[in-house]
Ligand binder design. Structure first.
Ligand code: NAI
Length: 335
């Protein structure tokens, strides 16, 4: 029998891309709008597999409930899996993910944030629409010849380095595992995190969130940066202590910040709150700065990436159910 898959936290674009990819598989897909929570986990009762996204809670309670409901596979339609309680998972239910769907999509979005903040096109757009053709206050700097610091030289970090090198920037990198071959090929240099912080005009985060690097950007590390530094985060929100970032901006230590992720994003990102009150004062403060650009975790959001996500997820599911093969499995022993 074809596997029945229940998808949580779905939006119209998920349904569109998964239904299209499913023409090659003909599985039974059911799409739930709500996130996977302790209240919605019961919706998995008649399913064989669950497809979850980054804000779905794959915590101890839900893992136990999914196990009791005889869910055989959890297929994440994301690369990151910091929402999975690896310890609670033990070896109860295998979890697969989409390790790479379009690293260039995220890298290009990181660079879009850099260019916007530097040349202030977000402000120019509104000025001109208001017939204000003054360019006062819109001055940027040439990227050519400046130094970019890339934290995490995996798939996305390397894609970002390609673009930044194309601008003629000097690129410094920090990673817990250094890829010397790539450094030679692409023309960047590994340095200590302190050197990267001290020497970079732009710092961009492309590492995963792990227990060791929560708030790696904090008061202490901000203190080590150049005055007027630009910070870009398309990694995970909790890499940055947002209150320290706000203080750094207020003190003019930080020149600008582009954030596609935010540490408390779960409640707001991907949803429309335009008719409601934002009760998160930290997020509300962030959005008041002209030199801060917040986007709602859209780095991955390109046609190419969505097509790859849908195909890889359904192929992960097919391999498991039809060929008894686990591809792209999340490591149980990493947490
Ligand atoms: P990857 O696994 O290819 O590369 C991650 C790199 O970070 C590895 O080289 C690893 O050694 C390094 N790393 C791990 N811990 C580190 C630390 N403490 N300090 C410095 N480097 C460290 O992952 P990929 O595909 O490049 O993705 C990176 C991150 O981007 C993901 O973990 C995810 O959190 C985020 N992401 C964001 C998206 C968005 O839409 N904004 C979409 C996809 C991923």
């Amino acid at each position: 029998m074809k596997p029945r898959i229940v998808f949580f936290d779905t939006k119209p674009y998920d349904r569109e891309y998964f239904n299209r990819a499913n023409r090659d598989y003909d599985y039974s897909l059911s799409f739930v709008r709500d996130r996977l929570t302790h209240d919605t986990v019961s919706l998995t009762r008649d399913a064989d597999a669950v497809c979850a996204f980054i804000n779905d809670a794959i915590d101890a309670h839900n893992i136990e409930a999914l196990y009791e409901n005889d869910i055989k596979l959890i297929a994440l339609r994301s690369a990151g899996y910091n929402n999975v309680d690896l310890k609670a998972l033990q070896e109860k239910i295998p979890v697969v993910r989409v390790p790479a769907y379009s690293p260039r999509a995220v890298a290009e979005h990181a660079v879009a944030l850099m260019l916007t903040l530097n040349r202030k096109t977000h402000r120019a757009y509104y000025r001109v629409r208001d017939n204000n053709f003054s360019i006062d206050g819109l001055m940027g700097f040439d990227l050519h010849g400046k130094t970019a610091g890339v934290v995490g030289t995996g798939k996305i970090g390397l894609a970002a380095i390609d673009i930044l090198r194309g601008f003629g920037m000097r690129v410094l990198a920090y990673d817990v595992y250094e890829n010397h071959e790539a450094a030679v090929e692409k023309g960047y240099e590994y340095v200590s995190i302190d050197t990267l912080l001290a020497d970079s005009d732009i710092i961009t985060l492309h590492c995963p969130l792990t227990p060791d690097n929560v708030h790696m950007i904090n008061r202490d590390t901000i203190g080590k940066m150049k005055d007027g530094v630009m910070i870009i985060n398309t990694g995970r929100g909790r890499l940055i202590d947002t209150r320290a970032l706000i203080d750094g901006i207020k003190q003019r230590k930080i020149g600008s910040a582009g954030l596609d992720v935010y540490e408390e994003e779960t409640e707001y990102f991907f949803e429309d709150f335009s008719s409601e009150t934002i009760t998160d004062d930290v997020l509300a403060r962030l959005t008041t700065f002209p030199n801060v650009l917040v986007t709602s975790h859209q780095g991955f959001f390109t046609r190419e990436a969505m097509t790859n996500i849908a195909h890889t997820t359904l192929e992960n599911i097919r391999l498991f159910f039809e060929e008894n093969t686990l591809r792209n499995q999340v490591c149980y022993h990493c947490g």
